[in-house]
Design a protein around this ligand. Structure first.
Ligand code: IPM
Ligand code: MN
Length: 356
């Protein structure tokens, strides 16, 4: 099979982690007889520097004509500390999600046996946790208009806005996801306070009869934040609003042992994007110390979701698990930093496992 992949490495550690994921993809493609074609494009702060636009048209066109996008990270401290910046790297990521119609961000969470002791949570609580958080990605507080400042600058506003159509499509995807798993769906909201949450709940209740085999529960987001680390095994599929999903999944990463382990797939209308859930980690940029596993596991999701190449995906996951078991890990996963491997050495280990 010919695989046409757009590669958007972005900022910070993006190029380093994407570089390792690409090596892994090449190894897998070679092993299974696929022709891997990749083309790179700019996004984020590097795109602002080069073109003034964090998501240039040329990048969008490349994404549109590719089968899938492998994405690194975006963000730069020089913008984080400048609230008056008119153009921000994050706008590139949001524009990409919006223009590609990527309304669902699928964030699976599993625990790896060899990382159980890396979590600050007790092993009996997390062992065997296996759930999928589905984060709505193109609506809610991130995109609702109006957003801005009053003329005197002393009042600021963001709008949480959802249409029935947006809620229906993300819930449909989530019900169907639950159907393929343990058939339990948790709709996370703040329906005791927010009008948008009440719309989500109403629409979900209307849809329930179409999925009699799926058990649905409704949970307030504050409660969900607590239950997630109290007893994560109770969850199968959870679906939630954009910002709730952003926050809950960073929280959930402590179950897996490191934010550097969580991959994601953003799917919707046009080309799907595969991206680690972590950010650009600017403190580590260029140091060859960041954990490449979240991006490598995102590449596994790419094989599975974009091409249905499940054996290829399974081999990548097996290789990552083997590297963890062998202790071939970056410093976020070692107690003794002197035992940590570099980003590229972890990549070497995984590539060699795949090729053998
Ligand atoms: C994520 C990131 C982004 C988000 C940032 C970089 C805009 O945190 O993908 O989770 O908030 O969506
Ligand atoms: Mn996030």
């Amino acid at each position: 099979m010919r695989l046409n992949i757009a590669v958007l490495a972005g900022d910070g550690i993006g190029p380093e982690i994407v570089g390792q994921a690409l090596r892994v993809m090449k190894a897998v493609a070679g092993k299974f007889g696929h022709e891997l074609h990749t083309e790179e494009a700019l996004v984020g702060a590097v795109a602002i520097d080069a073109t003034g636009n964090p998501y240039p048209d040329a990048t969008h066109e490349l994404c549109m004509r590719s089968d899938a996008v492998l994405f690194g990270a975006i963000g730069h401290p020089r913008f984080d500390n400048d609230p008056s910046a008119k153009v921000r790297p994050e706008q590139g990521l949001l524009a990409m999600r919006k223009k590609l119609g990527l309304y669902a961000n699928i964030r699976p969470l599993i625990t790896f046996p060899s990382l159980l002791d890396k979590s600050p949570l007790k092993t009996d609580r997390i062992e065997g946790a296996d759930f999928v958080a589905i984060r709505e990605l193109t609506g809610g507080l991130y995109f609702g208009q109006p957003q801005g400042r009053s003329e005197n600058g002393n009042t600021a506003y963001d709008t949480c806005l959802y249409t029935r159509e947006e809620v229906e499509r993300i819930l449909k995807l989530s019900f169907e996801f639950a159907r393929k798993r343990r058939k339990k769906l948790t709709v996370v909201d703040k329906a005791n306070v927010l009008a948008t949450s009440r719309l989500w709940r109403q629409v979900s209740k209307e849809m329930e009869p179409q999925y009699p085999d799926v058990e649905v529960e409704y949970m307030f987001v504050d409660n969900a934040a607590m239950q997630l680390i109290q007893w994560p095994k109770r969850f199968d599929v959870m679906v939630t609003e954009n910002m709730f999903g952003d926050i809950l999944t960073d929280e959930a990463s402590v179950i897996a042992g490191s934010l550097g382990m969580l991959p994601s797939a953003s799917v919707g209308v046009h080309t799907s994007v595969f991206e680690p859930i972590h950010g650009s980690y600017p403190q580590a940029a260029g140091k060859n110390i960041a954990n490449p596993c979240a991006t490598i596991l995102s590449a596994a999701m790419l094989f599975e979701y974009a091409y249905n190449l499940n054996e290829e995906a399974a081999l990548i996951r097996k290789a990552v698990e083997a590297s963890l078991e062998a202790g071939a890990v970056t410093e976020d996963l070692t107690d003794d930093k002197s035992k940590a491997l570099t980003t590229s050495a972890v990549g070497d280990w995984i590539v060699q496992y795949i090729l053998k």
